[in-house]
Structure formats: structure tokens, C-alpha cells
Design a protein around this ligand. Sequence first.
Ligand code: SF4
Ligand code: MG
Length: 336
Amino acid sequence: RKILLDIQNLEYSFDTYAGEVKAVRNVSFDVLKGDALAIVGESGCGKSVTMQAVLRLNPEPPGRFKAGRIIFDGKDISKYTEKQMQSIRGSEIGMIFQDPMTSLNPTMSIGKQIAEVIIKHQKLSRSKAIEKAKDMLDIVGIPNADKRINQYPHEFSGGMRQRAMIAIALACKPKLLIADEPTTALDVTIQAQILDLMKDLQREFNTSIIIITHDLGVVADIADRIIVMYAGKIIERGTAYEIFKNPQHPYTWGLLKSVPRLDAENKERLVPIIGTPPDLFAPPPGCPFAARCNYAMKICLEAPPEETEVSDTHKTSCWLKHPYAPSVESSMGKGG
Ligand code: SF4
Ligand code: MG
């Protein structure tokens, strides 16, 4: 399958009075056409900033695009002007955020907001755009489109607002949909419904999806591939199957143990990862996870582990995978 988005050696920082915060450090990955990629990690790991850097969403300064190439649909958009970026955002690349209330306009009806997007990007007449907006409400599972179209965001529940956001994001048939913590603010049942909807729409429209989340459990069903980020770096990557069934990095083991499950039996075994991520003003010289890792060795404090190959699709950055490392029994292997 074809590559839609190819990010090569991305470095992104914020310049603050206290110094340079190295938020994204040499990150490379790609997204295939029609694929769903999840970027997972704790808050502050650089997962959101990576996608904000791709879309140039942060004011610069304090943001600073230091290095990297971003090839979207064959074009290097890291060289684009703000005006060129504006023509991509919301048309070729759609976005959904955690809190729809901050992205929806509270003074404009939902229908009008969807129609505006359609008019802007598809150059349709107002009446045609309103008809299309109704279709979009239908597609994202908002019933009574005729009535709903004239209602305002505050008249929608949290789940319905997120559906409306998805309708707006999909109204221009984007090639890529970026969803940053799209279900974090919602309760568990609604979360599952929204994720199902996204999966259905991804199949129906053959849209590529990047879903950013702190919660690995959320992406188990939706993601084809998963990237785990820590302290601005990718520390493990693989297919969803590889990450859930054969995780190789101690941080990923920790994330998996802290995943809330719907069944109560597992709930008792929830284990948070102790400690906090390193300071990104002065990232440690060795493995960024060393201070929190139960398996840390001397070399972990001295040199950063290179990415090693577990399979064609599965890679991890951990000294345990080095050919000369002492063997360690994976604590994830015990449960089954
Ligand atoms: Fe732990 Fe060392 Fe692997 Fe880092 S490189 S995750 S400190 S074992
Ligand atoms: Mg974030």
C-alpha cells in the first residue's frame, strides 16, 4: 500500500526563558493510505506536539521547527508557507480534538458550521451545502438531522458534540484524519461508540487516521499500527498485534499494565508506572526511561539505545534487545 504521510527525522522545540524544551527528538514514521496509526504515551511525551508540528499549529516562536522532512501525499509540506498550510488544514487533513466545545463555535448552529466547511472547500451553493450537512449528521449517527441541524452546540451531549466534530472533519473528505485524545472526555460506553464510528468511517471513506492517546486500551480495536513515545522519542513501534501480544520495551510493559479494562477482574491488577518522565530541558544522555526502569543497566545511563528490529514491522529502542544484553524474562509473558 502507498505511503500517505512520511515523517523523517523530525525535531521540534519550544524556546522558553528557562531554555530549549526538546519536545520532539528525531522522530520518523509513516502512515499508509487507509491505515489507522495510534501514537501512545503519557502526557508530555511529544505525541501531540509531533502532529502539531506536522500541521504547524503552534505559534513560532516559542515553537521552533528545527529539522525534518514531512512528505504528505508526495509533497514536502515542511517547506509550505502559512497560506499553503491553511489550504491543507481542514480539507486534506481533518482534525478532531479532545474537547469539541473549544473547537465548535457556540454561537452558530451545528448545521451551519458543517455547511461552512463544505462551502469553503467544495464550493457548493448554500442550499446544497445544507443538504450535505444533513447527510453528514446521518453518516456520523446523529438522529433527526432535520431538527438537529438548527441546534447549537450546547444543545448536544458530549458524545453528540464529538460526532458533530467528526462530521465537520469529514465534510471535506480529508485524506488524513488526526484525532488527539478524541474520547478522553467521554464516558466508557460513549468512548466505544465514537471509536466504532471512526473505524467504520475509516473503512467507508478509506481515510487514514492518526489517533493520539495516553490510553493504550482505547486503540486496541481501531489501530493497525502503534507507536509508543517517551520523552520526545519513539521507543517502540509495531502492529497492534505485536504491541499487545509481544511488547518488547519496559515502558510499553508498564503502559499495558496500567490499561483500564472493562472487566472487573483485571481492574485490581492496574499498576501505574512509578516516577515521572525526564526533564526535556536537559534529556538524559542514555535511555530516557532509565530513571523509572526496573531493568536499567549501567549502559542504559551512558548511551541511548539504538532502535533494534524485532520483526520487519516491529522495532524497539532498549538495551535489553542488544545481542550482548543479559536475558530478562518479560513480566508481560506470565499472564498468558
Ligand atoms: Fe530500561 Fe535500559 Fe531498556 Fe531503557 S534501555 S528501557 S533503561 S533496560
Ligand atoms: Mg496532548
